[in-house]
Design a protein around this ligand. Sequence first.
Ligand SMILES: [Zn+2]
Length: 439
Amino acid sequence: MDAPDPHTIRATVQAQRGAMETLFAQLRQDGLDEPGVSRDPYGAGEQRAHATVTQAAEALGLEIGHDDAANLYLTLPGRDRSAPVLVIGSHLDSVPHGGNFDGAAGVLAGLAVVASFRRLGLTPDRDIVVMGIRAEESVWFQVSYIGSRGSLGTLPEGALDVPRVDTGRTLADHIAACGGNPDALRAGSRHFDPARIHAYLELHIEQAPNLVEAGRSVAICTGIPGNIRYPDARIEGRHDHVGLPRRFRHDAAMAGAEFAMAMESLWVEHEGRGIPMACTFGRFHTDPAAHGLTIVPGAFHFSLDVRAYDEAVLTELEASIGRIINGIEQRRAVRFHPGPTARAAPGRVDVAIKAGLEAAAQRQGISVLQIGSPASHDAAAFGAAGVPMGMVFVRNTNGSHNPDEMMEIDDFLDGVAVMTEWVCSATGPVCYLAKPVIA
Ligand SMILES: [Zn+2]
């Protein structure tokens, strides 16, 4: 039987409004940590979000499962249970004092899609798995995509031994405390064979104001940046008296300042060539315990995130950073210690999924933008593992990673309508009517 017409899909998605509003309100309550919400990964905040989402899935009669990384899987069984599955997911953790929508909106969108299938009485041709992903926000463990890479068996070497910045306990410890099995992860276990995933789809609030500026509700993602990160870099100079002439100094703070300005020049130069990238210094400071008004700083500390949409650009940036550092070391008689670096590959959006989402939006009468993601997302981890992936962004005012993120429920439902429309076609053509559910 044919997939339902766009009007029926839209009305069914709209009917989820009340349930979704209630879920968002419950998640806010679960994570409340004024200002904003804190859903600490493998901690109490994230656990409460998992419990709320699990309860909603039980009400929908979904199959509930977990893996060794304690990710959450909520499955709407398909007609052919051996067919590669469609995964719709996002993360349920947040930054400390973040907003209510970064991550959670994507998990609720997955629930709204399968709830629509239930309401329409549709059985997909393959399992649709809504995934509540653990620990995406790298501010806590300074490792990116922990949950998604844990599910794919692609966690980087040593990740399990990294301490959470606030508790000091290792990732392995935290995973075990939440019912996961770090020993199995260490031994190379994985939940997903990438070949067994038909596609990965993620809805996320936009983290830049492109949609706000354009006055539209939804965008289709064109790519996710990869990054190189230096979470704990420092510059070694020499403490000296402030009266010291410049030529005798080994001023670590000035070296840091020159490095930052050189990085911005590099960015401006890339902008001029039409190559998108970004660089951000998170920490940027002398040591207040060692430095004062009358001491030339002998040490300077920073963290740096450099991102781009192309692996070759990242490699070229890494080489440029090396050249910049060499130059500053020579001129200023200081020494850079980059410390451990972490690298995440860019996420390539599947061309067919992107085109399919655009066509779905058109059928839904929703005019979409096409934008590159400014931020990293779990979708990139699936893409890097060879899974065809796509993303839908929803308008969000006031940025993200702050308590003021603001997503309107109407915009969210537009995003869900685009996804549901696409899922109805993408899990077809044998998407057919089973026994209708009266709801
Ligand atoms: Zn996010």
